[in-house]
Design a protein around this ligand. Sequence first.
Ligand SMILES: Cc1cc2nc3c(=O)[nH]c(=O)nc-3n(C[C@H](O)[C@H](O)[C@H](O)COP(=O)(O)OP(=O)(O)OC[C@H]3O[C@@H](n4cnc5c(N)ncnc54)[C@H](O)[C@@H]3O)c2cc1C
Length: 226
Amino acid sequence: MGILEHGSPPLAGSRFLDLFAGSGAVGLEAASRGAEAVLLVENDPAAVATIRKNIEHLGETGRVRLLVADASRLGPAREPFDLLVVIPPHQPPAVVRAAGLTGETGWVPVAFPTMRAPVDGVWAVGDVTALRLPNGLPMPKAAVFAQQQAEAAARDIARALGATAPEPEISGRGRCWFITGAGEAGYVEGEFLTEPAPVVQLYAPAAEHFRAMEQELAEWSAQASG
Ligand SMILES: Cc1cc2nc3c(=O)[nH]c(=O)nc-3n(C[C@H](O)[C@H](O)[C@H](O)COP(=O)(O)OP(=O)(O)OC[C@H]3O[C@@H](n4cnc5c(N)ncnc54)[C@H](O)[C@@H]3O)c2cc1C
């Protein structure tokens, strides 16, 4: 939404294409901000029903159209677009699914904060896992949390092997950046494990945030290669 609000090119009068549209929220937001025509492409029956309901509810049956199709198998576009948004479905690698490690959420269920999978001798960290926040929602899939989980798992593995290591812990504190163009970035920062719900703040795009993001990236890269 940061790009819709602050980015370029401007949305007013634009033609907007949203592949794997989900609820249709992004395209509908674009329409509400002046896009002239919005095409949503989605084929999951539940998502399609949600999109239809949302279009109807918002009275956007004119400007917003739904194409029920597999967005990964579209031929050449039959009309021009100014802005394309693609958020493909997120799923664990085939090898993880084939190993039978995934649970009912489709991801690997893990114990908090040890990151032990339900199979003896297996730990999982990062995007492949399903961890629940105190309010029942899934923990965001973010590198900042993957890093905390990796450290917690390493501690637990060391302890399982009989070594002396601190108790595993995951702070749940973290932030994610979004780049809005023109040398600016914003971010969402918060405490995701607080009860009863995460406490999260949105920081509007600014040049100083972009510089801080570049600095953080440089530090992560140095850590990874060091
Ligand atoms: C556009 C975008 C912006 C993001 N911004 C942020 C941000 O600002 N802050 C933040 O904290 N997080 C951000 N994230 C999320 C972050 O990138 C992920 O949470 C993080 O990379 C997860 O790390 P991971 O190690 O679990 O998985 P990955 O980084 O996906 O690593 C998994 C690796 O396994 C490899 N792999 C898969 N299958 C096999 C196989 N069979 N054999 C060998 N290798 C295999 C993959 O190629 C991949 O390299 C962003 C993600 C996206 C897409």
